[in-house]
Design a protein around this ligand. Structure first.
Ligand SMILES: [Mg+2]
Length: 293
């Protein structure tokens, strides 16, 4: 005797399952990656969408596929050498179409944190064009509430670091826009902001408030922008610690690309595995939409 609600007709059962699967897929939107239902994506920039001044193969196709599927996306970058306008201009030059409001940098997180902490004055160690992205903070090196360290790249020298150190030693609070160890450009690795932050932290015995990835505050800011549950958002990047494991710590899915500063040994020795590892951004659509209709 067939159970109630079950037909003994295999063709009818097969049809019912097909209808169920179609309804389920339509209600879920995109899915894939071990059954995850991803409806929002946060994309790292350097090493993921471009390397130096070269666009990484598949970037434009990937963004077109996300748009076609109505997947919400934003660009989540720790880049602090450039202002929002300069980053948008770079992406434009690489023929990567973006809305400037979709680029999220640690400067936005810094603005929010300054309000929370009630700081009004700051010593700003960053490129001049970047400073306006911080909003209305008063810049001074005369007893500032906080020292904010951005990436000065080859402008970092002893005199500059020592000025920052002396302010910290006199009592100013310490913000770091990011703490990345290194970055990749044109096939070469270079020192990022992190080593300079560590030097100042060591000398001043102060732990900085880190505002970029992997700080939970920065991911929360991006989650708010997408207005989606964290488990439905994937973060894709070339930095295992900062992009991928940082995202996973905040309940998002972490996808590592084998471009930019990807390091096979780091991945092998990592105590945790990313949710997915793909060769490049080009493979993201097939990862997210595998098996979808
Ligand atoms: Mg990167």
């Amino acid at each position: 005797m067939p159970r109630k609600g079950h037909s003994s007709d295999p063709k009818r059962n097969h049809l019912c399952w097909r209808i169920f699967i179609i309804i389920w897929r339509n209600s879920c939107g995109s899915y894939g990656m071990n059954g995850s239902n991803i409806s929002g994506v946060l994309l790292d920039l350097s090493g993921t969408l471009y390397s130096g001044d070269e666009r990484i193969e598949g970037t434009r196709k990937c963004l077109a596929a996300l748009r076609e599927r109505n997947i919400a996306f934003r660009f989540l970058t720790n880049t602090t050498t450039k202002s929002l306008e300069e980053i948008a201009a770079k992406l434009d030059a690489l023929e990567i179409e973006v809305e400037i409001d979709w680029i999220l940098t640690p400067l936005a997180a810094a603005r929010e944190r300054l309000m929370v902490d009630g700081f009004k004055t700051a010593a700003l160690f960053m490129a001049n064009p970047v400073k306006k992205d911080l909003g209305d903070i008063i810049e001074t090196e005369d007893d500032p509430d906080v020292v904010i360290m951005g990436d000065l790249s080859d402008q970092f020298d002893y005199a500059t670091l020592n000025r920052a150190f002396r302010l910290l030693a006199k009592g100013s609070a310490f913000y770091a826009l990011a703490k990345n160890r290194c970055f990749e450009s044109g096939g070469e690795l270079s020192l990022d902001l992190g080593p300079f932050i560590e030097a100042l932290s060591y000398a001043s015995r102060k732990e900085p408030v880190c505002l970029g990835k992997p700080s939970p505050g920065f991911f929360q800011h991006a989650i708010k922008e997408l207005n989606l549950p964290p488990e439905n958002i994937a973060v894709i990047g070339d930095d295992l610690e900062t992009d991928v494991l940082g995202a996973m710590d905040c309940g998002l899915k972490g996808i590592l690309v084998r471009t930019g500063k990807y390091n096979e040994e780091l991945l092998r020795n990592s105590p945790r595995s990313p949710d997915a590892v793909i060769d490049s951004i080009e493979e993201l659509p097939s990862l997210l939409f595998a098996g979808s209709t």
